[in-house]
Write a protein that binds this ligand. Structure first.
Ligand SMILES: C[S@@+](CC[C@H](N)C(=O)[O-])C[C@H]1O[C@@H](n2cnc3c(N)ncnc32)[C@H](O)[C@@H]1O
Length: 320
């Protein structure tokens, strides 16, 4: 439960990312909670309010002020500012210093929930993962923020770790999550985050490589460079959706409903029609980098920029 007398901390995460983080914390079933990089404690508040276990919530930050923090959030960081937003949280253990060094000689707790929003590039990101992963419980939920083209080490490392673990990778907003055991807990968190798409699935083909995810999570291939060959959506919430593909002259080349594979190999344009509360978002790989498009809603048309490939897709409930 959140405390209504405590103000929400200034936040850098998106609203949907925070909601997903909370639903993930609710699915933790072992060990302690560990968060790295709470800033003012917005993610700390979310984890604390959503967890169903009484296990301690450890959090690590330098609490060092920085020009970007004041510029973006109108206030600078300090341990005092963090305490203002979080001192009401039961079982909160605060480690002030640089992770993982600040706990390198003392950490011994099994970790059942790991959330990393601290160092966004290597070697810092991997230093944390390599140190703390030795303490992960067998069913730990491991997640973090900023699975995004602007932070290429995060998609690269997380995709490799998911492959090494042989597990599915889920991303909503920019929040990523993996687990080695009972991944249906993360699928539940996805559906609770976007209840309007509960039961909807999105299957994808990158040549011979098949993937399937809850439709509100990004498909396989996010922030990689393999062109998406085709996709197929299914389930009650999207039963009336239709996709039309267009060639480079703007002529329609295919129209597809639920359960049909939408072929993208010759497509230069895409339009979705049907319920105006459902839209889609794409991830494109261009010459320099990968990036996500805006959300396209019913009737609005996506045109593939020259030199880019569609590499991933997700569906979204859009506000009217
Ligand atoms: C992007 S902000 C986190 C945002 C926060 N999770 C939220 O919900 O608003 C990154 C934070 O990580 C901290 N940080 C970065 N690298 C760190 C490290 N290696 N150890 C401890 N804190 C770190 C910074 O001081 C900053 O507070």
């Amino acid at each position: 439960m959140s405390d209504p007398t405590v103000a929400p901390a200034p936040a850098t995460m998106t609203k949907v990312g925070r909601r997903f983080l909370g639903r993930l914390a609710a699915q933790a079933t072992s060990g302690v909670f560990l968060e790295i990089g709470p800033l003012f404690g917005s993610s700390t508040q979310e984890i604390a309010a959503s967890r169903r276990r009484e296990a301690p919530l450890h959090t690590i930050d330098t609490f060092a002020p920085a020009p970007w923090i004041e510029r973006r959030l109108g206030r600078n960081l300090s341990r005092r500012a963090f305490d203002e937003y979080t001192s009401h949280i039961p079982g909160l253990v605060v480690h002030e210093g640089f992770a993982p060094d600040v706990v390198r000689d003392s950490w011994s707790e099994p970790i059942g929930f790991y959330f990393d929003d601290a160092t966004h590039g290597d070697p810092g990101w991997s230093n944390n993962f390599d140190f703390f992963s030795r303490f992960f419980t067998e069913d730990a939920i491991v997640c973090g923020d900023d699975f995004a083209g602007g932070w290429p080490d995060i998609p690269r490392n997380v995709t490799r770790i998911a492959e090494d673990w042989g597990c599915e990778l889920f991303v909503i907003g920019r929040v990523w999550a993996i687990t080695r055991s009972r991944p249906e807990r993360i699928a539940t968190a996805v559906e609770e985050t976007v209840p309007g798409l509960a039961g909807a699935r999105l299957a994808t083909q990158h040549d011979q490589d098949y993937g399937s995810r809850p439709a509100a999570a990004w498909s396989q291939g996010l922030h990689r460079r393999r062109p998406l060959t085709s996709f197929c959506f299914s389930g009650d919430p999207v039963a009336d959706l239709r996709f039309t593909t267009y060639d480079s002259d703007g002529s329609p080349i295919g129209e597809y409903g639920a359960g049909e594979w939408v072929a993208l190999d010759r497509a230069h344009g895409l339009v979705v029609s049907g319920p105006d509360c459902v839209g889609y978002q794409l991830c494109l790989a261009g010459l320099q980098r990968t990036e996500n498009t805006k959300t396209f809603r019913a009737g609005s048309r996506f045109d593939l920029p020259e030199g880019s490939d569609i590499v991933a897709i997700r569906l979204e409930v859009v506000e009217r």
